[in-house]
Design a protein around this ligand. Structure first.
Ligand code: KG4
Ligand code: ZN
Length: 363
């Protein structure tokens, strides 16, 4: 029997200031508080996340959000066994705010600080609420990331393939921007797509005919840009959104089929997890569900709240690391921030990241 751990988690790598408290015992998770303060309103006028505005907002909100989470959990700082915060990848200003806040709380409470890779948070997010033992295949699709990862165990990840240019969420955001649909683009494009004809435009399915798991979405976005300029009516816009979304679904489903075929665990039940903000998209989920079924796998999608950026997943990564004795030197206090931080450093070195994203490394 290992003892129960109570962990505070902090997430500030993009445009959500979030703090969560959870209790972790023998792999079981009880969420005591889970606060997410989004900065959507601050960034909306610019139709995208502005790093300086994000950093300032995090600086104003971080300690208040931590205090609110501790109050909601109904525990004192003495009851904490550790504090975890995102140390990267992400926008450096926000990451620094979360990291310093986390270290300060950890030091004041006299407990270890656990620096967490944001991508590890996403990778472990299904374990917050589902029975999802290692290993499993993960498709991470968000505004900054688009990659297939084999999650073999805690801290043991193998990147199977990733985008070579834009992340999927980024493509949704850019298409929405082209058509004046507001920010964030994903939900707006999905809403409009529901009223459109997915076959109206024959948009490219980049890299679909090439073997492997690399993906590309920049060309698709350019193809949309060529027709979006002349779209006059709501009907035309809906057709563009539906056709764009259909192209994304086709690419993700086909690459998922290949990834599932390559992910051979030898066991009968394969788990396929989709996480990240784009996992909110119902058409994409349905396409992935079919791909999973065809390959004898079970699709697991965390609840929406834990698909997008949140601190519960950071607290969980912290708890699993602490339970496994994986805390850095000086009780974590010497951890630095890493704006770029691939989960699978070996693959990142042998196949380097292609280009930067608006939220850091995509691979
Ligand atoms: O995981 P997330 O909250 O933040 C990142 O770490 O990037 O993901 C946000 C991204 C945005 O690009 C947003 O447009 C996209 O997820 N998104 C969607 C949907 N909801 C959010 N994309 C497609 N369809 C949606 N329903
Ligand atoms: Zn994220």
């Amino acid at each position: 029997m290992t003892r129960a751990l109570t962990i505070l988690g902090i997430e500030t790598s993009c445009d959500e200031t979030a703090a969560a408290v959870l209790r972790y015992e023998e792999g079981r998770v009880t969420l005591l508080a889970d606060i997410i303060r989004t900065q959507l309103e601050e960034h909306a006028p610019y139709r995208g996340v502005v790093p300086e505005i994000a950093a300032r907002a995090h600086a104003e909100l971080a300690d208040l959000t931590v205090a609110a989470a501790m109050q909601a959990a109904g525990i004192s700082y003495d009851a904490l066994d550790g504090v975890a915060a995102t140390a990267g990848p992400g926008l450096i200003g926000g990451v620094l705010v979360g990291l310093m806040t986390g270290k300060a709380v950890a030091q004041a409470a006299g407990v270890p600080f656990i620096p967490v890779n944001h991508l590890e948070g996403h990778a472990l997010s299904p374990r917050l609420s589902a029975d999802c033992p290692f290993p499993y295949l993960l498709l991470l699709v968000s505004g900054g990331h688009c990659q297939f990862l084999e999650v073999r165990g805690l801290g043991d990840y193998r990147r199977l393939g990733s985008t070579i240019d834009d992340a999927v969420g980024e493509a949704f955001d850019k298409v929405a921007k082209l058509m004046g649909l507001g920010f964030p683009g994903g939900p707006a494009v999905e809403r409009l797509a529901a009223a459109g004809n997915p076959k109206a435009y024959d948009f490219p399915r980049p890299l679909l005919n090439r073997p492997g798991l690399e993906m590309s979405f920049a060309g698709l976005k350019s193809a949309v840009a060529r027709v979006a300029a002349s779209a006059q009516t709501e009907g035309q816009k809906a057709d563009i959104c539906a056709s764009f979304q259909a192209a994304i679904c086709d690419v993700l489903a086909e690459k998922s089929r290949r990834a599932l075929a390559a992910f051979d665990t030898g066991a009968d039940d394969k788990r396929f997890v989709v996480a990240g903000g784009v996992a909110a998209n119902k058409a994409i989920r349905a396409a992935l569900e079919r791909a999973a079924e065809e390959n004898g796998a079970r699709l697991i999608a965390p609840p929406l709240r834990h698909c997008t950026d949140n601190a519960a997943m950071i607290a969980l990564a912290g708890a699993e690391r602490l339970a496994a004795g994986l805390v850095g030197g000086a009780d974590g206090l010497d951890a630095g921030s890493r704006p770029r931080w691939p989960l699978d450093e070996a693959s990142a070195l042998s196949t380097p990241i292609y280009g930067g994203g608006h939220k850091g490394a995509k691979a």
